[in-house]
Design a protein around this ligand. Structure first.
Ligand SMILES: [Zn+2]
Length: 228
């Protein structure tokens, strides 16, 4: 029994860290966000809401400068102040911003936002737990293997999530009559916009796959929809 104690301890540590990360993130978001009120955007989110049979799609502004959208583990959707500013000064259109909201809705609908929290905020905990377990069997190399496994797992999960959320958004935007052009257009702009990053991003916000690959994936979907 005593042999398994360290493993149990590592698992408990992992769980506690995960709960703490969820709590800390949602508190940070509570303190630094307000509901988005924008008539032009609301017309678009209302179209998406009716495509989804919802009363409305609620969106929040997160008061940080880096350009990003995010889906919180509790299912709330956020656009950063920096992103909203790009829209206000005309660098990003309302339809393009709506495509970000559609993408984040995809993360929520597909259950990614909870898992992403484990990937990023809980990554260290998972690494520690794995290292403790593996080190018992393969001393020395165990830590190294744990690091590699955790990184690989997170990268695999997050990349897959992005493509799934893109596909969800493409379908939703099509159904809502907005179309996928703004989505594809934004991917091209996104590279430029995210280059001028300022301030620290929450660690669980991850970088997206390469732009040409994202656009190609959506065009492949559209081709399939045309043939169907
Ligand atoms: Zn995403």
């Amino acid at each position: 029994m005593i042999k398994f104690f360290p493993i149990l301890l590592a698992v408990i540590y992992g769980l506690v860290m995960y709960r703490f990360s969820v709590w800390r993130t949602s508190r940070e978001l509570d303190e630094r966000s307000t509901e988005l009120v924008d008539p032009k955007l609301k017309r678009l989110t209302d179209k998406m809401a009716s495509a989804l049979d919802l009363d409305r799609v609620k969106v929040h502004i997160y008061e940080i400068d880096p350009v990003n959208g995010l889906a919180a583990p509790d299912g709330r959707i956020f656009i950063t102040r920096g992103f909203y500013r790009k829209y206000q000064n005309g660098e990003v259109s309302a339809e393009e911003l709506a495509s970000v909201i559609a993408h984040e809705l995809g993360h929520v609908a597909l259950g990614h936002s909870r898992r992403r929290m484990i990937d990023f905020s809980g990554q260290n905990a998972l690494r520690t737990a794995l290292a403790m377990i593996l080190s018992r069997f393969i001393p020395g190399v165990g830590v190294w293997i744990a690091n590699m496994l955790t990184t690989l797992l997170a990268a695999r999960l997050s990349r897959g999530d992005e493509y799934e959320a893109d596909a969800y958004a493409a379908a939703l935007l099509t159904k809502a009559g907005i179309g996928t052009d703004p989505q594809k257009m934004l991917f091209n702009k996104l590279e430029e916009l995210t280059q001028a990053r300022s301030g620290a991003m929450p660690a669980w916000l991850m970088s997206h796959p390469k732009t040409p690959e994202r656009i190609a994936a959506i065009e492949k979907l559209e081709q399939r929809w045309l043939e169907a």
